[in-house]
Design a protein around this ligand. Sequence first.
Ligand code: PGA
Length: 248
Amino acid sequence: MPNRYLIANWKMNLPPEGMDAFLGAMEDADVAVAPPYVYLKDVVTSAPKNVLVGAQNCADQKSGAFTGEVSADMLRDCGARFVIVGHSERRNVYGESDALIARKLALAIDAGLMPVLCIGENQAQRDGGYATAFCSDQLRAAAVPQLANASEVVIAYEPVWAIGTGRNATGEMVAEIAAAIRDALGRFWPADLARRAPVLYGGSVTPDNVDDLLARGEIDGFLVGGASLDSKKFLALAGAMKTRFATQ
Ligand code: PGA
């Protein structure tokens, strides 16, 4: 799935139609799926070859006495190819700090997983005019030395106020932040990696707003929650991306 990413973040849910029915429907689509940990192997086994499988989280330690945690190495052993780190639900519900997320990012790279690093401002930061500065700070905090060894790191811009709320960012907002993200990557990250890093958007993406989000050509794909639990909606997003990128 070179450079274009459509990632299903199932969170702590399974598709109501059933996992196998969902995966079967993805036969011809270039998509990625992040199921809950315990279904990872099942999804790796039953997903069509074109589906990239990854995890929603990983531990910030390599191994040891960390009850309830799952290491990046273990995820790779289960067949995961990527891992989401720093999702806003991890940051806000579970109190994960920039420093902890930086450790996860480093371990994911060490394990040979492609990290999908989530960043994004909350409503107060947007209202205060700090959205771009906040995202840029989050990228600076994630500038770990291991980035020099990474073949690819994906950035997912997910404004907290847009996640699961039905209030997506407009295409215009996303284009503005995407440009700021590329600028910050250029300043804080290894040049080669920064140039190649795909930038995705996430937050209430649906088949109804996907065309507006893609229209300005600033983003490389989407990290999708709610609409990724329904194969028809998810395939509609894949179709919109295919059309958009085919015409570029
Ligand atoms: P949403 O979730 O599409 O349901 O807003 C996106 C995400 O949290 O990754």
